[in-house]
Write a protein that binds this ligand. Structure first.
Ligand code: NAD
Ligand code: ZN
Length: 360
């Protein structure tokens, strides 16, 4: 495998992504002294007797990853554990888990002593493909996602793809949903590539093949975040599928994993692009065909849910005017953040997929 590491350029501090094998991860983690490890409960259960056995005697906090963990209460539990260790500014936090563990550990690291060093070992497809870079840390406010947060990247990210073997299917698919999003925003050629290979990626049989797609996804994301780190311009395109996706997650109380909700959101956004004649029928149906293998098996129950989804969309943090914001695809795979989406356009688009029995 030629690429073993790359650097993300950041105004805050440059940081590195390293692709490692079992022994390399183990050696690096063992070398981290003065560290508090914050580990996902399911990851610890799956690996504490084998791969992560070497962490048995380290300072640890094991947390159950649920959306309601993204709260100040969890952040305080990290501070508390750190203070118990008599932490000073030179303590390291090491997060091992998916996006939830990443979000709260990143937030804790950015605020403890106004900023301490942290490392991240992503263990889900979503975190390996997407969330591990970009430097965002987030907490939820009540039912509303990611309203509180900071920009604070880890110093290093260690990617070990074998973790994905134990990841439950719905969460595995969730990360592949974000991968699809990244490949579509990268243009027509990349979209054809992911379309042709989506079934092989979903099968999880070939870890070298998968690693290539993880690296490609991160390189696409890297190109956006390096140009617009603080989300003022083109980084917004990474939000493709997210305005509807986040609202859907809220309305159904997170019963569908994030990346799958994003895929539903991509389909809704494309229908609106099609209705506004920004893309033609062939482009519209091609992107739907990329999405279908992922949403199969995930259904949205109840057609009235759309009114709750609209209510959540009105709370979207990107909304500034009276209408709704959405990232739409335009001709030649150009993306735009459109702020004048009408409620009716979203409802019509939703009903289109309901009537075709695609979302039910
Ligand atoms: N900070 C960012 O830039 C960013 C970007 C995208 C998403 N997010 C956030 O990430 C969260 C979703 O994260 P996620 O999809 O990575 O997963 P997650 O952290 O929600 O974990 C999903 C489930 O998988 C389990 N798990 C994790 N790794 C495992 C493994 N290797 N084997 C077995 N089980 C494992 C967890 O215990 C949990 O039950 C959302 O809260 C979302 O808002 C953050
Ligand atoms: Zn996302």
């Amino acid at each position: 495998m030629p690429i073993k590491r790359f650097t993300i350029k950041s105004n805050l501090k440059d940081y590195e992504v390293l692709f490692l094998d079992e022994l390399e991860v183990k050696n690096i983690l063992l070398d981290l002294t003065n560290s508090l490890f914050i580990i996902d409960y399911n990851v610890w259960s799956s690996y504490n007797n084998n791969f992560l056995f070497f962490l048995k005697d380290k300072n640890k906090l094991i947390l159950k990853a649920k959306e309601n963990l993204k709260s100040f209460k969890s952040v305080f539990s990290i501070y508390e554990k750190a203070f118990e260790m008599d932490a000073k500014k030179n303590i390291n936090l090491v997060a091992i888990g998916g996006g939830i563990i990443q979000d709260i550990v990143g937030f804790a690291a950015s605020t403890l002593y106004r900023g301490i060093n942290w490392y991240y070992v992503p263990t889900t497809s979503l975190s390996q493909v997407d969330s591990c870079i970009g430097g965002k840390t987030s907490l939820n406010y009540k039912k509303y996602k990611n309203l509180i947060g900071t920009f604070y990247p880890p110093s290093k990210i260690f990617i070990y793809t074998h973790f994905l073997k134990t990841l439950p299917k719905e969460y595995y698919y969730s990360g592949i949903g974000e991968m699809i999003k990244l490949f579509i925003i990268a243009g027509h050629k990349k979209s054809i590539n992911i379309y042709k290979n989506i079934n092989k990626i979903i099968s999880r049989n070939d870890s070298d093949f998968l690693l290539k797609y993880i690296i490609d996804s991160l390189c696409i994301k890297k190109s956006y975040i390096e140009k617009d780190e603080l989300d003022k311009g083109i980084r917004n395109y990474l939000n493709y599928g997210h305005c509807f996706g986040h609202a859907l997650e809220g309305a159904i109380n997170f019963k569908i994993p994030h990346g799958i909700a994003v895929v539903f959101g991509i389909m809704i956004a494309n229908k609106i692009s099609f209705d506004r004649q920004m893309i033609n029928e062939e482009e519209f149906s091609f992107i739907n065909r990329i999405c279908f293998p992922l949403i199969e098996g995930f259904k949205i129950n109840g057609t009235n849910i759309i009114y709750d989804i609209i209510d959540f969309m009105k709370k979207d943090k990107k909304r500034t005017g009276k209408d709704l914001p959405m990232v739409l695809i335009d001709k030649n795979y150009n993306f735009k953040l459109i702020n004048d989406i009408k409620e009716n356009e979203v409802i019509n688009s939703f009903n289109y997929f309901i009537n075709k029995e695609i979302f039910l």
